[in-house]
Ligand binder design. Sequence first.
Ligand SMILES: NC(=O)c1ccc[n+]([C@@H]2O[C@H](COP(=O)([O-])OP(=O)(O)OC[C@H]3O[C@@H](n4cnc5c(N)ncnc54)[C@H](OP(=O)(O)O)[C@@H]3O)[C@@H](O)[C@H]2O)c1
Length: 164
Amino acid sequence: MEISLIAAFDKNQAIGKNGDLPWHLSSDLKHFKNITTGNTIVMGRKTFDSIGRALPNRKNIVLTRNLKWQCEGVVTINDVNDIFEICKNDSEIFVIGGAEIYNAFLEIATKMILSYVETEVKDADAFFPKFKSENWKIMDESEIIKEENDDFSYKIITLEKSTK
Ligand SMILES: NC(=O)c1ccc[n+]([C@@H]2O[C@H](COP(=O)([O-])OP(=O)(O)OC[C@H]3O[C@@H](n4cnc5c(N)ncnc54)[C@H](OP(=O)(O)O)[C@@H]3O)[C@@H](O)[C@H]2O)c1
């Protein structure tokens, strides 16, 4: 099973502010939807709360330490390693954040789909974890994208772990 992290971050690897995304990037959300629809997504309980519902047409898995936490349309796990049993029939799963969950999965991830957003968020409070670029190989790099409903321009870089 391939574990792919999918994230959008700014020049300082900021991903969030006050429990939400720090920007509106309509075309990047479409890209996220295209990649994840029909597949399994894994998120932290706080990211689930910020979205507010299970995302349709995807298997939604939420990681929480609260053994009682449940929500309609969601498979709950309490340990990162539970993912291997629950997703044993998936060829690829997508870890969609936030900061704590990217950190928890970085070691075992083999792919990252990263949107590099051309801005510096002031007072950001959630960050993508530092990673060693020498351990990752660039497989694809998009053109610079900025569509009508995008706050900023960005490009999407796909990396694969070179030590896998
Ligand atoms: N730009 C992007 O691509 C992107 C993507 C996603 C999210 N975000 C942003 O990121 C921010 C949220 O990130 P965050 O780091 O605060 O929260 P998070 O990673 O979404 O969720 C953290 C929660 O996950 C659970 N958890 C974490 N590690 C765990 C472990 N090892 N085992 C079991 N449960 C574990 C805990 O839930 P309990 O407290 O319930 O125990 C913890 O409070 C928001 O601002 C959001 O908008 C940005």
